[in-house]
Design a protein around this ligand. Structure first.
Ligand SMILES: *[C@@H]1O[C@H](CO)[C@@H](O)[C@H](O)[C@H]1NC(C)=O
Ligand SMILES: *[C@@H]1O[C@H](CO)[C@@H](O)[C@H](O)[C@H]1NC(C)=O
Ligand SMILES: *[C@@H]1O[C@H](CO)[C@@H](O)[C@H](O)[C@H]1NC(C)=O
Ligand SMILES: *[C@@H]1O[C@H](CO)[C@@H](O)[C@H](O)[C@H]1NC(C)=O
Ligand SMILES: *[C@@H]1O[C@H](CO)[C@@H](O)[C@H](O)[C@H]1NC(C)=O
Ligand SMILES: *[C@@H]1O[C@H](CO)[C@@H](O)[C@H](O)[C@H]1NC(C)=O
Length: 329
């Protein structure tokens, strides 16, 4: 009995140590990315056996790739790495293509029992399809901090990153020539990564003209805004509606703003905003800002609420009245 508990504690200790791998490279990836884990070796000897192991949290590590001389062996671990692994003979770089959340875990390269390098890979479900309407501006995020290691291509043409620090790419005033696949390549001494963003032009209106009293529909173009941290509608620099996940906020109107007096419907699922029973004073530019961890988008919709015939007459009357008043002074 005493011996058993002793062994139990030893096991716990060993486990605890291996779980808290301080030297591991920590990577956050998106579903669908392809990544190359760099072994840090320029060449491996033909005599050596090199093995990559995968360890899911709370489970034992299992071998996924092995190389001895010319011989490579890959294990798909019951399908979770099926057709996803490539091992380079020369330097034991491991590539995982089209990564999925099931591939989240720790990756360790060993020569015999010696750990050469290890990676902690976190795979998140980020938004990579970007639905836009003509005239939108979009910034695609790299998630890195060194522009040096970043390359963007669109239709086999290289694009210059817009942000000198992060290498983020901004595309302004989008038209149909700019929809398509944007390929991000990141390459540094610890890893290589390929990610494809897809900018899709969808139908939508940049100018919304309605008759007074009719509803104004301001649309995000999305069915669900689940993957977004921020959806913000503003007009004349005042917040009209906001969903802010980081601040745990869902609101319409800044405090104390009475212009819309209960005429706003903010749809939580789509982020669409409806102004009911519109008034001419609702006219103006409405700015939409949508942010996810992978990109951010800006859109401006020009709203014109037309006077009904009677109101137009009344407005003219007022102008005439003012002119007369002016004349008398
Ligand atoms: C890895 O990075 C993520 C995101 O920055 C963080 O949440 C996590 O705690 C890190 N993991 C380790 C083991 O350092
Ligand atoms: C990324 O794409 C480039 C160019 O097509 C290719 O050379 C490289 O091996 C790819 N890297 C990964 C990790 O898939
Ligand atoms: C390489 O890029 C990854 C992803 O941005 C980063 O986590 C890592 O620290 C970088 N390594 C070096 C040596 O810059
Ligand atoms: C990636 O970076 C490594 C180390 O910085 C370099 O040796 C290699 O040539 C680079 N690969 C590509 C495709 O740029
Ligand atoms: C949203 O994205 C824009 C552009 O990248 C950025 O300027 C702004 O700070 C972001 N807002 C929030 C609340 O993250
Ligand atoms: C409403 O505005 C549109 C666009 O400016 C214009 O074509 C239309 O004639 C206007 N209708 C009325 C009733 O004023």
């Amino acid at each position: 009995m005493k011996d058993d508990s002793f062994i139990f504690w030893i096991l716990l200790l060993v486990n605890g140590v291996s779980d808290a791998n301080q030297n591991a490279v920590n990577l956050t990836l998106m579903v669908g990315d392809s990544v190359t884990l760099n072994s840090g070796l320029s060449e491996i000897s033909k005599e050596d056996t090199m093995r990559w192991f995968f360890k899911k949290e709370g489970q034992n590590e299992e071998r996924i790739a092995e190389i001895t001389g010319e011989k490579i062996r890959l294990d798909d671990l019951n399908g979770i790495f099926k057709d996803k692994l490539e091992l380079e003979k020369k330097n034991a770089f491991l590539t995982i293509t089209s990564i999925s959340s099931k591939n989240t875990g720790e990756y360790k390269l060993k020569k015999s029992e010696n750990i050469i390098i290890s990676f902690i890979v976190n795979v998140k479900d980020g938004v990579k399809n970007v639905p836009v309407i003509e005239g939108d501006s979009v910034t695609l995020h790299t998630g890195v901090i060194l522009k040096r290691d970043v390359k963007w291509t669109f239709e086999n043409r290289d694009l210059k990153p817009s942000d000198d620090q992060t290498g983020d790419l901004t595309i302004t005033n989008i038209d149909n020539h700019q929809s398509g696949n944007y390929v991000l390549e990141i390459n540094n001494s610890t890893m290589g990564l390929n990610r494809t963003y897809y900018i899709a032009l969808i139908d939508g209106v940049k100018k919304e003209t309605v008759k007074e009293g009719n509803p104004v529909n301001l649309r995000t173009g999305l069915i669900e805004i689940k993957g977004y941290d921020l959806v913000l509608w503003k007009t004349k620099d005042v917040t009209v509606a906001e969903i802010n996940k980081n601040k745990n906020k869902f609101l319409t109107l800044d405090k104390g703003d009475t212009r819309y007096g209960g005429r706003l419907d903010f749809i939580q699922q789509s982020g669409n905003l409806i102004i009911r029973d519109s008034r001419t004073t609702d006219s103006g530019d409405y700015d939409l800002q949508m942010n996810s961890s992978t990109y951010s988008l800006q859109r401006t919709i020009r709203v014109t609420v037309n006077n009904s015939g009677v109101a137009t007459g009344a407005a003219t009357g007022i102008v005439v009245g003012l002119l007369v008043l002016h004349w008398c002074l």
